[in-house]
Write a protein that binds this ligand. Structure first.
Ligand code: KIV
Length: 275
């Protein structure tokens, strides 16, 4: 069954947990989709995981469109949410609508995600009014890493917690269909989840959220540049891949790959004429 913003909202009403994973390419999207995950996030984390940047700041609209379209081709049932990259929506409402439109038209997004609360509510409202669903993102918003001064848990003081609650209510009011809560105390995320009618999707926000999202390379053990506390490794695929690459290397160098079973044949009478 195709997941839509409506089915995602219904999952909250029914008390069913919502699953989301990142993907950045066709074949991974297909596997995630076939596993029954509700939403695929084409995150700007592709700057780290796919492009090797230290942060998400340099990710472009073209990067997001390129990877979004690849993921959309592999996702039959999962709702595809594509991140709006840094500076594609912050400067002006007009830019935000045009760029969200490009992510939908060219990147085949079914919804877009942007970072921020009250400050970006005019953008959220205008994008939704243009017919494009918006997922908001609060807490540790990686595009603002230079303001935070590093990867820190957000919402720990009374003021910060009150601001997070106000931001969450504001993006709901502006029309967001869901909100990602990243790196916030579990009890605060639980409170926000109770206060909102739209689903909260947690990453480092505890088990009280309506759903969870992880970066797929993190949960598969494929990305070791840094591993936040909230990541659970469900497999160690990185090690399996490395062993397979090493086995290939050995067989190529030993001349044992390719074997007879990997060869194509040519008829002897044709071959004779070549000598
Ligand atoms: O870009 C991303 O992968 C994200 C998740 C961490 C929520 O925004």
């Amino acid at each position: 069954m195709k997941n839509t913003v409506l089915t995602i909202k219904e999952q909250k009403i029914k008390g069913e947990k919502i699953s989301m994973l990142t993907a950045y390419d066709y074949s991974t999207a297909k596997l995630i989709d076939e596993a029954g995950i509700n939403m695929i996030l084409v995150g700007d984390s592709l700057g780290n995981t796919m492009l090797g940047y230290e942060d998400t700041i340099s990710v472009t609209m073209e990067d997001m469109i390129h990877h979004g379209a690849a993921v959309a081709r592999g996702a039959k049932n999962a709702l595809v949410v594509v991140d709006m990259p840094f500076m594609s929506y912050q400067p002006a409402v007009y830019d935000a609508v045009v760029n969200a439109g490009r992510l939908m038209k060219e990147g085949r997004a079914e919804a877009v995600k942007l970072e921020g609360g009250e400050a970006v509510c005019p953008q959220v409202k205008a994008i939704v009014d243009a017919g494009i669903p918006v997922c908001a993102h609060l807490g540790l918003t990686p595009q603002s890493i230079n303001v935070f001064g590093g990867h820190r848990v957000q919402g720990k003081t009374e003021d910060a917690a009150k601001k997070l609650i106000a931001d969450a209510k504001a993006v709901e009011e502006a029309g967001a269909f869901a909100v990602v809560l990243e790196c916030v105390p579990a009890k605060l995320a639980e409170l926000v989840t109770k206060e909102l009618s739209i689903p909260t999707i947690g990453i480092g926000a505890g088990n009280g959220c309506d759903g969870q999202v992880l970066v797929y390379q993190d949960m598969l053990g494929m990305f070791s540049d840094f591993t936040p506390k909230f990541v659970k490794r469900f497999e160690n695929i990185g090690e399996i891949m490395k062993n397979a690459f090493a086995a290939y290397d050995s067989e190529v160098k030993a001349g044992t790959f390719p074997g007879k079973e990997h060869e194509y044949t040519i008829a002897d009478d044709v071959l004779e004429k070549l000598y």
